[in-house]
Every structure is written in C-alpha cells, then in structure tokens.
Design a protein around this ligand. Structure first.
Ligand code: ZN
Length: 223
C-alpha cells in the first residue's frame, strides 16, 4: 500500500543524528518542497566527527559541518543547526530529549522527519545505534505533540513523495558535497559516482519512477 505524503504544512524540521543522514533519498523530496516554497530546516545531533576513518575528530567535525552546510544549500535548505552530541555515543536520555524539545520550540515546525529506527535496513544489514537511539528520542519527545506530523526516512515506506529529474540531480549534488567523507569511505569510486549510485538506490522504483519514501510515526490531528 502507498499513500501520498501530507502537504498541509509550511515548515519542516529534519532531525537526524549525523551529517549526510538526510542525503540518502530524502533530499530529493526536500528539493521538491523548497522548490515549491516550503521551508525546511536541518538539525543534526552530532557533527559526524567520528565518521572519517583515520582523521582526528577535532579536525573532522568542522569539515563535516561545512560539507553539510553546502549539501543542505544544494537542496534549498539554508538553516543547519548542530547540537554537538558525541558522534557514535548517542543515548535516548533526558538531555537528548530536552535538546530535541528545544529545537522544536525554536523552529515551530508542523512537519518533523527523523531517521529510520528499524533494526535492519535489509535482511542482515543492521542499522546504527545512533540512528535507533536518536530516532526513538525524537518519537518520545513528540509523543503528545498532536499539532505536528512525525515521519521517519525509510528504505521502504508506505508514504511517498514523487520527485522529478531536477530533484534527483539536486539530491546527487547534495550527497556529493560530502566530499572528504565519501572519498575516505570508498577511495576507489569517484564521489559523484558514489552519490549517484546511492541516490538511485534509494529513489528509483522498479518501474523507473522516482520517489522518496517515509514511515509515519504519528499523525497531526490538531492545528
Ligand atoms: Zn547516520
């Protein structure tokens, strides 16, 4: 079953643990939304400072923040906040939920999108602890927020946003901005090729259609 993604909102907050988490498929939808005049804001729990193998976190953090800011701009997102929790060590505790609550207060979104919290992306491919912890912290923080939608990004979700070739190209450009990160992750494959492969994998349907997919966590029932 598939259901069109809600459109009755103006401001979306994308709340994710790491730089690049928004860039695997969702950013094509983000480009469509910003193109259509909606406002999208990114909030990152960490700076992804543990994410570049062989690089000191103190050096990697600012690089990854700068890459994320350029990446967001490629899909029309001009506000990116970093909460500076420790990369790789996120827990769903009171201080995390307070920081999430503060971000919601500050930006007043009607739509919130967080990271996939399922245990496996695909059979045998485990999700990261940071993703499960953080996504769950967002869901718990928003339990009684009936004036806000909450979705997760998903490898296969019931809710979809149709995207155009232009949105896909913007999503590829957005992921490719994570240049140093991707170059270390896979030194053999050019960054732009890695970006295109990843965006294809997450947006290309069997029938050639392009969409970003999401799982509903809770519905907006009040205005
Ligand atoms: Zn991540």
């Amino acid at each position: 079953m598939t259901t069109p993604f809600p459109t009755d909102w103006h401001t979306a907050l994308v709340l994710v643990p790491h730089p690049d988490d928004a860039e695997y498929g969702m950013s094509a939808a983000v480009n469509r939304w910003t193109r259509e005049g909606k406002e999208v804001i990114y909030v990152m729990a960490t700076s992804g400072e543990a994410g570049i193998a062989g690089m000191d976190p103190e050096e990697a953090g600012p690089i990854r923040e700068a890459e994320q800011i350029r990446s967001a701009a490629a899909v029309g997102v001009h506000t990116v906040d970093f909460l500076h929790f420790p990369d790789g060590q996120l827990t769903n505790d009171a201080s995390m939920r307070a920081a999430i609550d503060h971000a919601l207060e500050r930006h007043q979104p009607q739509m919130v999108i967080t990271i996939f919290t399922g245990e496996e992306y695909a059979p045998g491919i485990r999700n990261q602890s940071d993703h499960m912890m953080f996504g769950q912290a967002v869901a718990e923080t928003m339990e009684d927020h009936d004036d806000q939608w909450l979705f997760e990004t998903a490898p296969e979700g019931e809710y979809f946003v149709d995207v155009t070739d232009e949105d896909v190209e913007a999503a590829v450009a957005a992921l490719a901005e994570h240049d140093q990160y991707l170059r270390v992750l896979d030194p053999e494959t050019p960054v732009i090729e890695q970006a295109r492969n990843q965006v294809d994998m997450s947006t290309l349907g069997a029938d050639g259609s392009r969409r970003s997919t999401f799982i509903l966590r809770h519905e907006r029932t009040a205005n």
